[in-house]
Design a protein around this ligand. Structure first.
Ligand code: KG4
Ligand code: ZN
Length: 352
């Protein structure tokens, strides 16, 4: 079964064609990074206009790369939320319109659940069960960690998700972006901090970790403020981010990155102890972070539990292959629900 996925929740116009929930035939993206670099972050109205310009050419590109025509596409999956409402509208309306004209089933996909399926992309499926892919074994404990969200999820089966922890304030990716800005590094902040941290000392500064009532929740706003105070204590209240010494920036980037990695992995281990999942997955934009991956591997080694993160960096950050994959498994689970065309109503706070 071939599904065309559409993702426009933030600053990527992404379209993909995925077969049977795992075989990625194409994964096309028109990134707006260059445009948002000028403003140091995403301006929703600007993102929305770019989606309108890009969406049809990117759909054509994805179909071409997948060697497919509309006749080969069995269903359309798109994201009505959560995300930037003005950006979501373009993808949702395009998906609804195509589904109506071409009379294809239309599958609404939650953006965070789609990130989870970044881990299914390009995995081999076992002959035994299409539903279970390669060597996936439920229950799976999943950390989804991105710019807009930061959740700990117990996945009992396809379509059965229990949210056990979430960020009380900033998501980790948001903290990466804000700290990068504060240190005079570029947008997006995650890759910039990772690069700067290569020459830094992970223990250069005493940065805090939040303690919360729910042990599986996260909070990164205090950490971000602690970084600000530390920079101010060295360079004064009105410091210029462009004038920090490169060694200071490297040390701060390394210490911040290590603190975030430890906080995320500490919660995974606490949840592992209670829920004893058969696998642990990390997904979302921050799962691209090499320090987080290395730290998770090191700390989880004694537990002897499979740890997976997406096979390609392109499946960590926003993409449409994960949307098509998620759509496939949702459709398999409940075909009747999506068997005919229906409305896809975008909503920034689409419920979990
Ligand atoms: O999943 P994503 O593309 O979009 C949202 O759904 O939010 O995640 C984007 C976030 C950004 O905050 C970006 O800085 C972060 O993922 N990110 C990284 C890395 N690559 C992207 N954070 C840390 N290290 C990276 N290598
Ligand atoms: Zn995302």
């Amino acid at each position: 079964m071939r599904i065309l996925g559409i993702e426009t929740s933030c600053d990527e116009t992404a379209i993909a064609v995925v077969e049977d929930g795992h075989k990625v035939l194409s994964n096309a993206i028109a990134s707006q990074i260059d445009i948002h670099q000028k403003t140091g972050g995403v301006v929703p109205e600007v993102a929305a206009r770019e989606h309108i310009i890009n969406i049809i050419p990117v759909i054509e590109q994805a179909l071409k790369e997948a060697n497919s025509t509309w006749e080969d596409i069995d269903a359309i999956a798109a994201v009505p939320g959560p995300g930037l409402i003005s950006a979501l509208i373009t993808g949702s309306l395009t998906a609804s319109t195509i589904a109506l004209i071409k009379q294809k089933p239309l599958i609404p996909v939650h953006h965070i659940l789609a990130h989870i399926y970044g881990n299914w992309c390009d995995r081999k499926m076992s002959a035994a069960g299409e539903n279970n892919g390669e060597d996936f074994n439920f229950p799976i404990l999943i950390l989804t960690v991105s710019g807009g969200h930061n959740d700990l999820v117990l996945m009992k089966d396809h379509g059965e998700f229990e949210l056990i922890g979430q960020s009380r304030d900033d998501a980790a990716g948001e903290a990466f972006d804000k700290v990068a800005k504060l240190l005079g590094l570029g947008y997006p902040g995650g890759p910039a901090i990772q690069k700067a941290a290569e020459n830094g000392d992970k223990k250069a500064f005493p940065l805090p970790k939040a303690k919360l009532d729910n042990p599986y929740d996260f909070s990164f706003s205090g950490l971000k403020t602690a970084v600000l105070y530390e920079v101010q204590s060295h360079y004064g209240k009105e410091f210029d981010p462009e004038k920090l010494s490169s060694q200071f920036v490297a040390d701060m980037a390394a210490t911040f990155q290590q603190t975030v990695s430890e906080t995320l992995v500490d919660n995974i281990i606490k949840a592992y102890d209670e829920y004893r999942p058969k696998e642990i997955h990390i997904a979302g934009g921050v799962s691209a972070n090499l320090n987080l991956r290395q730290h998770a591997e090191e700390k989880l080694k004694p537990y002897n539990v499979p740890l997976k993160y997406p096979k390609k960096i392109a499946y960590c950050t926003d993409n449409a292959a994960m949307v098509a994959s998620c759509g496939y498994f949702m459709y398999k689970k409940n075909q009747a629900k999506y068997s005919k065309w229906s409305n896809l109503i975008p909503s920034a706070d689409f419920t979990f």
